[in-house]
Design a protein. Structure first.
Length: 274
């Protein structure tokens, strides 16, 4: 049975298994963190081009996080030493910034989580590098559409399974594979909290959505099969069949009559082409 707990000043800032229900202070905190996260991705748009290294992009993320009054939540998280994750082509998620340079035709996911006054703004977007093939562009489009269809189901009285089903149905209608090994998650003052938000499922199943819930929706969609494998670095996940993968992520909060997207782009740059 799902346990819900209203967040107070005495609520432990750890994952307990219960789903936290936040009040107005939490919404304000998430707006600040989410806006900085979105502004960082907006600022990266002119820098994501052929010849730039992912380490250079990581530097921009780090500098903007601190300049905006935040701290990159990934910096030092479980030994991770970078300020974001950058996943190229067949990398599903958690790609590690390096001296590798982007090439014409690449598709790239950049995932940032600045922490502002203790609140986590977690979001990612796809970027198209130069002249990207039509099939890859279609994958990116369908992945974004899947995210937004999932968000449409995020309202009180619905269940997490309604979000999952909307994502799965749209992606699989285009014969793409939906990754099962990674999922969205609750967040707020805890980086990864309950509930887990899987991206495949049946309507009416899973925890009921209640006002004050904060979580990410972040479908990872593959052109090929949904299977992934973890590389020896312990972080990078890639498609087993080497097919392209795409991901978009927003952090949202359930309101009395729907949901609020904390990480929408202030400049309207939520999806390519930018």
């Amino acid at each position: 049975m799902t346990e819900y707990v209203a967040v107070t000043g005495e609520t432990p800032l750890v994952r307990t298994g219960a789903i936290k229900l936040h009040g107005p202070e939490g919404f304000e905190g998430m707006r600040r963190a989410g806006r900085l996260a979105a502004e960082i991705l907006d600022a990266l748009v002119p820098h994501v081009r052929p010849g730039v290294s992912t380490a250079e992009l990581d530097d921009i993320v780090r500098q903007m996080s601190f300049a905006g009054g935040g701290v990159p939540a990934t910096l030092g998280y479980r030994g991770y030493t970078h300020s974001c994750c950058i996943s190229i082509n067949h990398v599903v998620c958690h790609g590690i910034p390096s001296e590798r340079t982007l090439k014409d035709g690449d598709i790239v996911n950049i995932d940032v989580t600045p922490m502002v006054d203790g609140w986590h703004g977690d979001t990612s977007r796809m970027f198209l590098v130069g002249d990207v093939p039509l099939k890859a562009r279609r994958l990116v489009d369908v992945t974004y559409e899947s995210l937004m269809l999932g968000i449409e189901q995020a309202r009180p009285g619905n269940h997490l399974g309604d979000i999952s089903h909307a994502i799965q149905r749209h992606a699989e209608a285009h014969r793409f594979g939906v990754v099962r090994d990674f999922c969205g998650h609750g967040l707020g003052q805890v980086f990864h909290d309950a509930p887990e938000v899987v991206h495949v499922g049946r309507p009416g199943t899973g925890p009921e959505l209640r006002p004050g819930m904060f979580f990410t929706i972040e479908p990872m969609i593959n052109i090929g099969r949904p299977d992934v494998k973890l590389l020896d670095d312990g972080w990078t996940a890639v498609t087993r069949d080497r097919s392209l993968s795409a991901q978009f992520e927003h952090s949202i909060g359930i309101t009395e009559d729907g949901c609020e997207i904390f990480t929408k782009s202030p400049k309207g740059l939520d999806r390519p082409p930018y």
